[in-house]
Design a binder for this molecule. Structure first.
Ligand code: NOJ
Length: 708
């Protein structure tokens, strides 16, 4: 895809000096040059900068960042294009993660929408806004699947499932890049953090990982494979090591798997400082050795730590690095620059966009991302209900936007108190700590966690609700009114200890600019909730890790699916509080019996492309029109390697009017039933499969299928 530009790239490279080539592999941040801009201009003029990251610190997700300075970037780009000998434009990148000026739900929340078409549309909007600020490259999507919600970065990824992660990956890449990178509406995407970063042990950020190749290929790689298949132009190497090899210095990961098995032909950028960190990790002797190991591994662009520009020249002279290795990296970067039309149009591609249309899409996605976890009938509220609102997040604006909001404006963001009071026709009172409050019908509590508890370098050791919030919940319950909890969060919290005090729980996440409006609309029934959990909600923090696609043991003890007779833990129920794929609606969906068009199919037929057809009739038997995510899971009953108890293989988000029924069709083929072996090769073994169709991963009554 990008290698088709190789002849052009080689032509450009044919008279480049070694230093100019190494300059292309150097990405800088402007901050260190703030007081010495002449030095920066000189560096660019000498061809020493291939790319600029528009961030002023290494952990931009939670540090305040200045807005982009379009005039300055134009000025610097002019030097690269008009004054450097080769005139190669620089590529500007910024962390435009889940929104730019308009902020969409954090990626974990948008995965809960199970609506990739809407996600794609929103990410197209994000591209338009980024382009308007001269940003041509974003470090998104983040595709790290995660089993440990203590990790602050779980907020940035698609949750725990490879299929959902893959669909979100495709949607984000297509949204950002469109069909043609040269188009006026496209920006370059970056699949990160490749690879295994989400498995950081105990949820500590930047920590070590131990990952078997089977887990890598079946669980962690699929979302990256989907991003590559969707044409992602860049990939970011992660900070972590896998089994002792840092990914940024790991040829197995950056070359053998990424290029050899996934056929990626864009370029790889390191994470910020990840090259110099090879020394800190004890994998390289010094910065020179860091550069050597990273280029040998297949790392093309060096983000911010200058190891390449300082050392690669010398390493080539001493023959420790081959000139051809440099050429390969440079050509990959030039191919992407050519593919995106940077040479023809090196400055910004400013596009007009309609802010209100973007906000409307942000609202739709927030509507679909929120998950109704509990409802004993109190919701939806009647408009004339007397409401008493309390809780620490009723007036917070910034938290609703979530981590990695560099350009969204918290001041312009409506808070939950405003949104709720605006819609309420009954008496509305607000008392943050429930100090006052007349006889309301319902107490609504705005709970959760601050955005500062999520994101990079912001992990927590305990995913319980804070004590002060637990006290508030008990206080609300003691008042004898019905209690509704609205949770603004960046991760699943462990809510078993408070769940009983609520009549209803709406998990609103940090859902961006329109969080408050969506949550309020859902409470009043103007929007019927349709989000489903993209990650398992544990009962207690000590149940981590707990995830749905777990394998069984010989002594069934997992308890996720009610297996017995052995207990995971003696001290309480060890099943999830809310399983993967779970979420309530105001209406009710009834599933008919699942049907399969055949009980047996041969391996040969599957290999030749034949598919098994399955169907189920879903009926809306409640009182509202609503959306349901119909999910299909398989279980490979006996295999040479124990397979998960359930694996999501397809889903369809459907809309049914009240009283309406629809037959929903699925098909399963060769690519759905097999798995990857330790060598990364795909295999499908003969034997029995069970297929489950329903509204979450616990759905029962499987259909049997035999592969002969
Ligand atoms: C470090 C983070 O890990 C990464 O996600 C981000 O894109 C870079 N910094 C650049 O800000």
């Amino acid at each position: 895809m990008f290698s088709k530009y190789l002849p052009q790239a080689e032509k450009i490279m044919s008279d480049m000096t070694l230093n100019e080539k190494i300059g292309q592999l150097n990405q800088i941040t402007i901050t260190p040059y703030t007081d010495k801009m002449d030095e920066l201009r000189e560096l660019i003029k000498n061809g020493g900068v291939g790319s600029i990251i528009l961030a002023s610190s290494a952990t931009a997700g939670n540090d305040p960042q200045g807005h982009v300075n379009i005039e300055l970037y134009k000025d610097l780009q002019k030097i690269a294009v008009e004054q450097s000998r080769k005139g190669i434009p620089m590529i500007y990148g910024r962390d435009v993660i889940h929104g730019h000026r308009t902020v969409y739900p954090i990626p974990l929340a948008s995965a809960a929408s199970f609506n990739e078409r809407l996600v794609e549309k929103c990410y197209k909007n994000i591209a338009a806004e980024a382009l308007n600020d001269s940003i041509r490259w974003t470090f998104s999507p983040m595709l790290d699947l995660c089993h440990d919600p203590r990790w602050g970065r779980i907020a940035e990824g698609p949750g725990e499932d490879p299929l959902l992660g893959s669909r979100m990956a495709t949607a984000c890449v297509k949204g950002f890049q469109g069909d043609d990178l040269k188009a006026d509406t496209s920006i370059v995407a970056c699949a990160k953090h490749y690879l295994g970063y989400g498995a950081s042990e105990s949820g500590r950020d930047y920590f070590r990982t131990e990952i078997s190749d089977g887990t890598l290929y079946n669980y962690i790689i699929p979302a990256f494979r989907a991003a590559v298949d969707a044409g992602v132009a860049t990939v970011m190497s992660s900070f972590n090591d896998i089994n002792g090899t840092p990914v940024t210095g790991g040829k197995k990961y950056l070359t053998d798997i990424l290029r050899g098995k996934l056929n990626f032909d864009g370029f790889v950028v390191s994470d910020w400082g990840a090259v110099e960190q090879l020394e800190h990790a004890g994998f390289a002797e010094d910065r020179r050795d860091c550069a050597k190991k990273a280029i040998h591994a297949g790392l093309d662009l060096n983000m911010c730590d200058k190891c390449y520009i300082e050392n690669l020249g010398d390493l080539v002279k001493s023959c420790e690095v081959k000139a051809a290795e440099i050429d390969t990296a440079v050509s990959r970067i030039l191919c992407v620059k050519l593919a995106m039309g940077l040479f023809e149009n090196p400055y910004c591609k400013r596009t007009e966009y309609d802010e209100s249309a973007h906000l409307a899409d942000a609202k739709l996605l927030a509507d679909e991302s929120m998950v109704l976890l509990k409802n004993n009938g109190v919701l939806p509220l009647k408009k004339d209900t007397d409401i008493l609102l309390a809780g620490p997040f009723a007036e917070d604006r910034r938290t609703l936007l979530g981590t990695w909001t560099l350009d969204g404006d918290a001041e312009k963001t409506q808070n939950f108190k405003e949104a709720l009071s605006e819609r309420a026709n009954g008496r509305f009172e607000y008392s943050a700590a429930l100090e006052s409050g007349a006889n309301s019908d319902v107490i609504v509590l705005a709970l959760g966690e601050s955005y500062t508890k999520t994101g990079e370098n912001h992990s927590v050791s305990d995913i319980s609700l804070e004590d002060s919030q637990i006290e508030l919940i008990k206080k609300a319950r003691a008042k004898g009114r019905r209690v509704v909890g609205v949770f603004f969060c960046g991760r699943p919290l462990a809510l078993e200890n408070v769940e009983e005090y609520f009549d209803a729980i709406l998990y609103a996440w940090h859902s961006g600019s329109k969080t408050a409006a969506s949550a309020a609309d859902i409470l009043f029934g103007d929007v019927v909730p349709s989000g489903k959990t993209p990650v398992t909600f544990p009962r207690k923090p000590t149940h981590i890790p707990i995830y749905y696609n777990v394998t069984s043991s010989g002594r069934p003890c997992n308890s996720y699916y009610g297996e017995g007779p052995f207990y995971s833990y003696l001290d309480g129920d060890s099943s999830p509080l809310y399983p993967f794929g779970y979420g309530l609606s105001y209406t009710a969906f009834e599933y008919g019996k699942s049907e399969c068009d055949c009980a047996e199919i041969s391996l040969e037929e599957l290999k030749n492309g034949k598919k098994v057809q399955l169907s189920v009739t879903v009926s809306n038997v409640g009182d509202f029109d609503g959306k349901e995510t119909v999910q299909l899971y398989i279980k490979d009953v006996v295999a040479s390697v124990i397979r998960p108890l359930r694996e999501l293989k397809d889903y369809k988000k459907i809309f049914l009017k009240k009283g309406e029924s629809k037959r929903i069709d699925f098909c399963l083929g060769y690519g759905d039933l097999g798995f990857y072996g330790e060598d990364g090769e795909y295999l499908l073994e003969k034997g029995k499969f069970e297929v489950f169709i329903g509204g979450n991963c616990l759905c029962g009554d499987p259909v049997e299928l035999v592969v002969k």
